[in-house]
Write a protein that binds this ligand. Structure first.
Ligand code: ZN
Length: 104
């Protein structure tokens, strides 16, 4: 018998370990673009944030994404990401709720 392990990832801002699907992935693509990746499947180096705007703000302030993605993330990229993050967060939470109901 195999037990199914939930893959855990660490939020780069608050350092909390969480199930992967509770986190929002930020990816640095091979084209050096930094984007929010809601599918979690985009190619590139990924960093995870829990779906909280407060964590995004913390990551921005501490430049946690620069470290996690091993690349400098410009201020304007953070601003862009923040807008995407807020939009994504709503979508993300809706999806999570949906998934939660399905699992019940
Ligand atoms: Zn967090």
């Amino acid at each position: 018998m195999r037990t199914r392990k939930v893959p855990l990832r660490k939020c780069v801002a608050c350092q909390e370990m969480m199930p992967k699907k509770e986190l929002i992935r930020v990816v640095r693509t091979p084209a050096e673009e930094v984007q929010i990746d809601l599918t979690g499947k985009k190619a590139g180096r990924g960093a995870y944030l829990c779906g909280k705007v407060s964590c995004f703000k913390l990551a921005k302030k501490s430049k946690a994404l620069d470290r996690a993605l091993k690349a400098p993330v410009g201020e304007h990229i953070y601003d862009q990401l923040e807008r995407d993050f807020v939009a994504a967060q709503e979508q993300f939470n809706a999806l999570k709720e949906l998934a939660g109901h399905e699992a019940e």
